[in-house]
Structure formats: C-alpha cells, structure tokens
Design a protein around this ligand. Structure first.
Ligand code: KIV
Length: 275
C-alpha cells in the first residue's frame, strides 16, 4: 500500500517506527521500495555521493528534478520526498513556493524537504497552504556548513538545545508532516520527539526518534570519502562491486568474456557471401 503523509502521522500515533533511506535513481529506488521502506528521500546528499562535490551547496533545482523523477518512477509504495536545494527557498516565500511546485510537477515528489527553523516558517506555511507536504530538517543542516564551520553535532549547550526545541515546535506549528533531526544528542532528540506531534526521523540522533534515515551508499559501504559515526554498515556492496569489476576486467583481458552464449548467431551462408 502507498505510504502517504497520513501513514507517517498514524505511525507516530501508534508508536510504530518509520524507516527511510535515500535513493537517487530508478533501479535503486525500485529495490528500496520492494524491501518495504516507508519513505525514500531524494536528498541533496546526491551532491556528495552521486556528483562527487565536497558539500551540497552546488546542487541545483535541475539536479533534484532529474533524480526525483527517476526515483518516483521506481517507488511504487514509498513516499517520495525530494530535497529543496541550497538557495531554492531561503531567499523568499515566492522562490520557495515556485521551486516546491517544480519539485512536485517536474520531479514528481510526494513531498519536499527543506532545512532550517523559525527563519523558514513563512516559506513552510506558504508551501503547506498550497497543498504540498513539507518535511523539516534541524540539527546539522548541511546547507549551512559554512556557517557551522564543519560537520559537528548540534544542540550541545543549553542555548543551542533550547533553540532546537523551539525550532521543532515552530516547524510542527507551521504544518510540517515530519522533521529530520541530524547529528543531535540522543537525549535532546528524545525530548524533541516527545514535544512535537509529528514524527521525528533521526540520522545520528539516537533511538528515541520516531523513525530513522540513512544515506544508502553509507549503509552499503559504497562511499568511503567520509563515514560519520552514526552509520551502521549493513553490507559491503562497495567491495563486492570492486571485485566484480576486477573479474570482468580480467575476463575481458583473457578473452574469457564474452563466451559463446553471450553472442548472437547468423547463418554461415550470409557470412560466406560477405567474404
Ligand atoms: O540529503 C540528505 O541525504 C539528507 C539526509 C542526510 C537526511 O538530508
């Protein structure tokens, strides 16, 4: 059955944990969807894991639309959430509404995600009012990496913890259907989860959240530029891929691949006439 924002709401009410993973293309989305995930995030982390940038700042609306539409074609049951990239919503309510609309119309998203707290409440209210579900994102918000001065755990002192709690309440009040909490101390994430009536989806925020999300390349061992502490590796697909690529290279060099069964036949008569 198709997961919707109502599924997310109900899960919180019933105390059922939600699972989300990222995906950026059709075939991965099909596999993640078939596994029974609740939601797929087409994250702007695609800047790192797909496009090889060192941060998410350069990701464009066109990137998000291109990958969002591919994922949407593969996701039959998962709720597809597409990230609003850097500067597609921060500048004005008009930009936010226009770009959220493009992610729905052209990127075939079921919902959009944007980063930030009280400062983006006007944008969230306008998007929600237009009938577009919004997921919030607090804590370590990678689009603000230059303001943070690095990838650091957020909300550790009293003022920062209070701000995070106030931001979460403001987002819930503004109408988000869920909030991602990234790199937040576990006890603070639990407190936030208890304080809001929408599900929290944690990444490096402990087991007290209503759900969890991971970048799929991290959990499959396919991206080694940087592995955060919160990642659990569920398989070593990166190694398996490298081994398969090496076997292929060796077999091509040795003439083992392609074998007879990998080719197409033609009658000898046809070939003989060509000589
Ligand atoms: O872009 C992304 O993948 C994200 C997750 C880390 C939550 O925002």
């Amino acid at each position: 059955m198709k997961n919707t924002v109502a599924t997310f709401r109900k899960a919180k009410e019933e105390g059922k944990k939600l699972s989300m993973l990222t995906a950026y293309d059709y075939s991965t989305a099909s596999l993640v969807d078939a596994a029974g995930i609740n939601g797929i995030l087409v994250g702007d982390s695609l800047g790192n894991v797909i496009l090889g940038y060192e941060d998410t700042i350069s990701v464009t609306m066109e990137d998000m639309i291109h990958h969002g539409a591919a994922v949407a074609r593969g996701a039959k049951n998962a709720l597809v959430v597409v990230d609003m990239p850097f500067m597609s919503y921060q500048g004005s309510v008009y930009d936010a509404l226009n770009n959220a609309g493009r992610l729905m119309k052209e990127g075939r998203a079921n919902a959009v995600k944007l980063e930030g707290g009280i400062e983006v409440v006007p944008q969230i209210k306008a998007i929600v009012q237009a009938g577009i579900p919004v997921m919030g994102h607090l804590g370590l918000t990678p689009q603000s990496i230059n303001a943070f001065g690095g990838y650091k755990v957020q909300g550790k002192d009293e003022a920062a913890a209070q701000k995070l709690l106030d931001d979460a309440k403001a987002l819930a009040e503004a109408g988000v259907f869920a909030i991602v909490l990234e790199c937040v101390p576990s006890a603070l994430a639990t407190l936030v989860t208890e304080a809001v009536d929408v599900p929290t989806i944690g990444i490096g925020a402990g087991a007290g959240c209503d759900g969890q999300i991971l970048v799929y390349q991290d959990m499959l061992g396919m991206f080694s530029d940087f592995t955060p502490k919160f990642v659990k590796r569920y398989a070593n697909i990166g190694e398996a891929m490298k081994n398969a690529f090496q076997s292929y290279i060796e077999e091509v060099a040795e003439g083992v691949f392609p074998a007879e069964q990998h080719g197409y036949g033609i009658s000898n008569e046809v070939i003989e006439k060509l000589y």
